[in-house]
Design a protein around this ligand. Structure first.
Ligand code: HAM
Length: 418
């Protein structure tokens, strides 16, 4: 038997109603706030991700599904959506009419990480971006929508963690200060941290190894090194969140694993996911549009990890699945032919009928209807065709009625939907 590729999984029919319910709740909320859907390809040129996410990140260094296509050009299965949305914004000059674009997209992303609970190699995101707004209110709006969404989805222990990464004016100074601090702790840091500390010292701050966390506990905070513009931005963010009654923690440890961020960064974390505690990650990326060849336009956004959200959302979601209302036990070729056309007409009327096409005996058909939990069964055989009336059996009460074949579809529809 051919098995799934490691880290990939199927979302089975009994799980999809829950996924749909969650996606629907999220999308309708985002639409209420004026966001429009954008669809982007699953494959892009490798260069797009390398340049935007950053050559030194885990994602680009070791997690991308990259391969040459038939002409030898390197292409990559998208590990995230932001880079593609920015590419599309630039390529189609979406800024020409109005630089402010509020968009969302949903779909699978691919990262070759070590699979574990809440971490897959194909996972799903709902990605939301605001392009064209510099003000911290845009960041606040995103966090406010997220908290509202999690509340609507009955996620009880979600907490917004916020931080700032400064900008090109103040970050280099902080990096130098941090590098100095890290050098003083180099002997107790793990090998990954020691490897990263030269090229990407900020990543040492979010290492999950307990001894590294301990060694970095009193590391300098970037919030003490922000330039006056970044400081003002961060203050506007915290004040407007407080004004909206959104609770948050300022978390100097979050640095995010993608290089494009500037100023605000945030995660929504929950206690119930174990090590993979971030259900949402996001932040501002004011330089990315320009860096990818577009005009100097700021932007901010986030992505929800749907696989994780489905795990922690309230259990009442997506419990209703459209069930077939009636089972049709048709015996004999002629009955099957008739029943087939009734079942098609019933489908058009929105009444789902399960017609058994196996040609088995009445006993076997009734057994199957019972096993599948049908409340009603229509029984039709040569006898019924001759009398021009079928039997409608209520499986619970065992009561049986005769339904005339003339007008059977309307008749069944009336009985089964009232
Ligand atoms: P990210 O933090 O890499 O950010 O991913 C966002 C969310 O996707 C994570 O918080 C997590 O819930 C989920 N996720 C990531 N990797 C996996 C995985 N292997 N398995 C399951 N879930 C996963 C971004 O992707 C940015 N593009 C977010 C953004 C949008 N920033 C600005 N705009």
């Amino acid at each position: 038997m051919i098995q799934l590729v490691r880290g990939f999984r199927d979302i089975l029919p009994q799980q999809t109603p829950r996924w749909r319910a969650i996606e629907k709740t999220a999308i309708s909320l985002f639409q209420d706030f004026g966001f429009k859907e954008i669809r982007i390809p699953i494959l892009e040129r490798t260069e797009l991700f390398a340049r935007s996410i950053g050559e030194d990140t885990d994602i680009v260094e070791k997690e991308m599904y990259t391969f040459p296509d038939r002409r030898g050009e390197l292409i990559t299965l998208r590990p995230e959506a932001t880079a593609s949305i920015v590419r599309s914004y630039i390529q189609h000059k979406l800024y020409a009419k109005d630089p402010v674009q509020k968009v969302y997209t949903t779909g699978p992303m691919f990262r070759r990480e070590r699979p574990q609970k809440g971490r897959y190699r194909q996972f799903y995101q709902i990605d939301v971006e605001i392009l064209g707004i510099k003000s911290a209110y845009a960041d606040t709006l995103l966090i406010f929508m997220l908290i509202t969404l999690l509340d609507r989805l009955d996620v009880s222990d979600a907490q917004a963690h916020i931080n700032s990464l400064g900008c090109s004016a103040c970050r280099p100074g902080f990096r130098a200060k941090l590098s100095e601090f890290i050098s003083s702790r180099a002997d107790v840091l793990c090998s990954d941290c020691n490897r990263r500390r030269e090229r990407n010292p900020l990543r040492v701050l979010d290492c999950k190894v307990p001894s590294c966390r301990e060694a970095m506990a009193d590391a300098p905070s970037i919030l003490d090194s922000l330039c006056s513009d970044c400081e003002r931005h961060f203050k506007e963010l915290t004040q407007s969140l407080t004004h909206l009654n959104v609770s948050y923690v300022i978390d100097k440890r979050i640095v995010r694993g993608l290089d494009y961020y500037t100023r605000t960064i945030f995660e929504i974390q929950t206690g119930s996911m174990g090590a993979q505690n971030a259900v949402v990650g996001g932040g501002r990326y004011d330089n990315l549009v320009k860096m990818l060849g577009g005009p100097d336009i700021p932007a901010t956004g986030f992505a929800i990890g749907l696989d994780r959200l489905v795990e922690i959302a309230g259990s009442r979601l997506g419990t209703e699945q459209k069930q077939p209302r009636v089972f049709i036990a048709a015996i004999g070729e002629e009955s099957i032919a008739k029943a087939f056309s009734w079942s098609c007409s019933l489908g058009l009327e929105g009444v789902c009928a399960e017609l058994d096409l196996s040609g088995k005996s009445l006993k076997a058909l009734m057994k199957r209807a019972d096993k599948l939990g049908f409340e009603y069964v229509v029984i039709v055989g040569d006898n019924e065709l001759r009398k021009r009336a079928v039997i409608l059996r209520n499986m619970r009460t065992k009561a049986q009625d005769l339904i005339p074949i003339d007008g059977i579809v309307e008749n069944l529809k009336k009985r089964l939907t009232t």
